[in-house]
Design a protein. Structure first.
Length: 168
């Protein structure tokens, strides 16, 4: 996993791969193991190191949380043999910030795959809601599949896509 992450980082990409337990985000708690095609949720609580000079969660932390929920969703639905063969890298983020939270406050993140893959890529949406239910951060991220054996971008196989679609 570290080799793939280094490869992706040298290309300005964020990687999605099963990470060792030592890389876990301790303030993330899974709250749902939804079936494929149904939104997947996870709760995040802002810790002191997540807070910027303005007293709220730093924008970079929101991106880390987006990767954390995407990783959890992949690990919950992809078969072990798929996880051993493939990894994901981010090719594009589009993020709307409409609010924020402070230290000790929590958000519930919900992620889903709105459409099927387009070759090697698919989009993943994430919405973060405050304790009051208000959507405060929304994102749409394009991910590309990497074959771990070659380190190259590849088309998303139908058996992988099917595990994350409404019909899967």
């Amino acid at each position: 996993p570290k080799t793939l992450m280094m490869w992706a980082m040298t290309r300005g990409l964020s990687s999605l791969r099963t990470a060792p337990a030592s890389w876990s985000i301790p303030h993330a708690r899974e709250t749902s193991f939804a079936i494929a095609g149904v939104p997947f949720t996870q709760t995040f609580t802002a810790r002191p190191g997540d807070i910027d000079v303005m007293g709220h969660v730093n924008n970079a932390v929101w991106v880390q949380w987006m990767e954390a929920i995407a990783t959890a969703h992949w690990e919950a639905h992809a078969l072990p043999e798929q996880q051993a063969k493939y990894a994901w890298v981010v090719t594009r983020h589009e993020i709307d910030y409409r609010g924020n939270i402070r230290e000790g406050e929590s958000v519930t993140a919900e992620t889903f795959i709105p459409d099927g893959p387009n070759g090697a890529r698919f989009d993943r949406c994430v919405e973060f809601r405050s304790a009051g239910g208000k959507a405060i951060v929304r994102s749409r991220t394009t991910w590309a599949m990497i074959a771990l054996e070659t380190g190259r971008v590849m088309r998303i196989p139908p058996d992988v896509a099917g595990r994350f679609s409404a019909g899967g």
